[in-house]
Design a protein around this ligand. Structure first.
Ligand code: PMV
Length: 313
């Protein structure tokens, strides 16, 4: 049997903006999707045992099959190869945590191991990027990069189709965060397409927002490297405002962000595609993390207590 894992992620700065070439900062979190693959049975069979938001697996099933098909093509494997695939792990299937990319990385690694192929991380990352197209349409590549390598990363998409610019960001230590899920499954593909369309129609409004997103990423990187978490939090808050302005936040996301800030989180913002999915709050120290997590749970939402800056695979 072949085994593999991929990290979940939160985007600290720049979701949506990264699709258009603005730099962003992403961090792997201390939760992974794990896969096991056996060359057996007939065709592709998937047993998905991840903890998910209601309706997540059903909503994503067709995209999942398409993603596996794309993955096999990218790895040069005969699509008729019988593969029995199990997916599980600690990363919940909430929208916005890069669960699709984490599962693609996990499955690609497990397939490679089962078929005795030696596939370096760089290739795994490319394969997962191809697989992500099934879920995201026009993905930036930020999710599969975080899922493959882990850690905290500066990411800038190469808009001419060449290699993306990826650099590790050094931060003094791992930091506690709380992820709050709206429980709503979001359609990343539609959210990404919506931003692109509005940007095209209204450049006077969108261009300055994109400019500010770039500055936030640059300032955010400096603050992370200096370990200035108050500043990181303030920039996260401002990034959330930009995401509201490009119309990817929602009533529930704004509510969760509000609860977290009122409980003393250093900053809170939606993470990922928006329109549903998740927020994350920067909550250094176990005590603050617990306080924010409990307040969100008290309003009936699910949370994940985890860390950013993690690299251990
Ligand atoms: O919602 P997620 O976890 O798939 O994150 C999407 C991030 C976007 O910036 C909206 C899209 C992308 O491909 O970068």
């Amino acid at each position: 049997m072949g085994k593999g894992s991929g990290y979940g992620k939160v985007i600290l700065f720049g979701e949506h903006f990264v699709v258009h070439g603005v730099p962003g900062i992403v961090s792997a979190i201390d939760s992974t999707t794990d896969a096991e693959v056996k060359k057996t049975g007939e065709g592709i069979a998937v047993r998905d045992e991840r903890k998910t938001a209601k309706g997540y697996s059903e909503e994503k099933r067709l995209q999942q099959l398409e993603s596996i098909d794309r993955m096999l093509k990218a790895m040069g494997i005969d699509p008729k190869t019988p593969l029995s695939i199990w997916i599980g792990g600690t990363l919940p299937g909430f929208s916005g945590l890069g669960a699709s990319a984490a599962s693609s990385v996990a499955i690609a690694r497990a397939i490679a191991q089962e078929l005795g192929m030696n596939v370096p991380d760089e290739k795994i990352n490319q394969v997962a990027y191809e697989a992500e197209k099934a879920y995201a349409g026009n993905p930036s590549g930020i999710d599969n990069t975080a899922a493959t390598y882990g850690g905290l990363m500066w990411f800038q998409k190469n808009m001419s189709g060449g290699t993306d610019f990826v650099e590790k960001v050094k931060t003094p230590k791992q930091v506690e965060i709380v992820i709050g899920s709206t429980g709503k499954v979001a359609n990343t593909k539609a959210m990404v397409a919506g931003v692109a369309e509005r940007k095209r129609q209204n450049p006077q409004k969108y261009d300055p927002l994109f400019k500010r997103a770039e500055e936030i990423a640059i300032e955010g990187r400096k603050a992370l490297e200096a370990g200035d978490l108050k500043k990181v939090g303030a920039l996260m808050n401002e990034n959330h405002t930009l995401l509201q302005e490009i119309e990817v936040s929602s009533r529930e996301l704004d509510l969760l962000v509000d609860i977290a800030r009122k409980q003393g989180a250093y900053g809170a913002k939606l993470t990922g595609g928006g329109g549903g999915g998740c927020i994350f709050a920067l909550t250094p120290g176990k005590e603050l993390q617990e306080k924010v997590a409990k307040a969100i749970e008290a309003q009936g939402f699910e949370v994940l207590r985890t860390m950013i800056g993690v690299q251990k695979l």
